[in-house]
Design a binder for this molecule. Sequence first.
Ligand code: ATP
Ligand code: F6P
Ligand code: MG
Length: 490
Amino acid sequence: MGHSGNLQLKVVNGDAGYVLEDVPHLTDYIPDLPTYPNPLQFNAAYSVVKQYFVNVDDSVSQKIVVHKDSPRGTHFRRAGPRQKVYFESDEVHACIVTCGGLCPGLNTVIREIVCGLYHMYGVSKILGIDGGYRGFYSKNTIDLTPKVVNDIHKRGGTILGTSRGGHDTSKIVDSIQDRGINQLHWHIDPVIGFDKTFMMQVYIIGGDGTQKGAAVIYEEIRQRGLKVAVAGIPKTIDNDIPVIDKSFGFDTAVEEAQRAINAAHVEAESIENGIGVVKLMGRYCGFIAMYATLGSRDVDCCLIPESPFYLEGEGGLYEFIEKRLKENGHMVIVIAEGAGQDLLAESLQSMNQQDASGNKLLQDVGLWISHKIKDHFARLHKMAINLKYIDPTYMIRAIPSNASDNVYCTLLAQSAVHGAMAGYTGFTVGPVNGRHAYIPFNRINERQNQVVITDRMWARVLSSTNQPSFLSADDLAEFKREKPSCPVVG
Ligand SMILES: Nc1ncnc2c1ncn2[C@@H]1O[C@H](COP(=O)(O)OP(=O)(O)OP(=O)(O)O)[C@@H](O)[C@H]1O
Ligand SMILES: O=P(O)(O)OC[C@H]1O[C@](O)(CO)[C@@H](O)[C@@H]1O
Ligand SMILES: [Mg+2]
């Protein structure tokens, strides 16, 4: 097997086209680090587990469907506890930060990092950073113990607070370094006598922007040669993080969206020519809209950013609405917030505003499309419609995670803790084909996950709603050429 020596990419090539896209380790830049036996082996709860420690050579395959002659392809290091750890439980300090938009499950992840560190590894010095990245240098911290976090998974939001913008790498790493130095511990080294050590673990929970921020923090820490492990836990209600199977809070969001869709359906079917319009989150991708549509079966039309649509003329949305109302007397439209933005920009003055993190601020497509539909049918005078618009987006985002997301959050948190304790750094954790893995930041940050409208999942939506695809044969051929097949969802 051969290593490629790039600082950013740690790639190992093996037999039969096996590729391991490995994550950095503290020993890559701090040689001769001492190791300690994993305290888990003395943990009564795990004593019965047959093969508790993960073999160092275990990896998770990114490609699950294989052809008999195809190369083995890309793999990631399998997550889980290692026999040896690189941090002493009573010396290490950990801190946790949450950044970006809210998402169900944030508090569960915080809770399980704290409980995992405390109960599995005996780490008790855990700080919560208040209010996102800028909290590192401008806000207070919260001491986190299992008692403090005991009930927080039952609440929505994040007990630590969050923010957009304010990522100042040097200030953040200065603050990490200062905290470490303030908490310095003296210990007796058998060779050099008294030595001062400073060791930390930083757990960063957030979406694509946050993981990009985590990657530059890791790089700076590495440049400064600090014994600080940086672990990212991917968070995004939109499910736009690539490589991992799905993001936490997504299932909860899809489930909660059913309530809005049900309400829209009840309203629509109770009145002549009733139309219910529901807007769901999804800035650049329509996963919530797509899964909520499939989960509901009451939806007549699902509009997502990845699938362009048009309003007027043959095959357009107005024609479809008229047809569906004539057939069924009512209909439900689900629209992702990022859908049809090109149409909005044409008809409204494009504002081109951004939030503090540089994300484009979107216009309200749900409100816009509701007005357009009402105007169209009012102009036609041939059909009186009754349209109700429901925007449940922030209500969905603010609820606590459901049971299955809680289990998922627990696994994410524990995998992150095992990885950091084992000395891995500069990684994001997440399930790849059902197995948790450590994924290098560059793989998470290189692109955003999107619905691939030439994949089967989107076809299932179209066949469930019986809506038009809004694509010409030429468009379809181009899509098939351009878009790579989505490796995960679908
Ligand atoms: N390219 C980047 N480099 C460094 N920091 C970044 C970068 N992009 C975003 N950040 C920082 O990451 C934090 C969160 O980013 P953002 O507001 O885009 O949310 P997010 O993590 O993408 O989550 P979501 O999209 O789910 O809301 C912000 O503090 C922002 O300053
Ligand atoms: O209004 P905010 O908090 O800036 O965030 C809204 C955005 O955040 C997200 O929920 C992603 O976290 C998007 O779906 C949405 O566009
Ligand atoms: Mg984002």
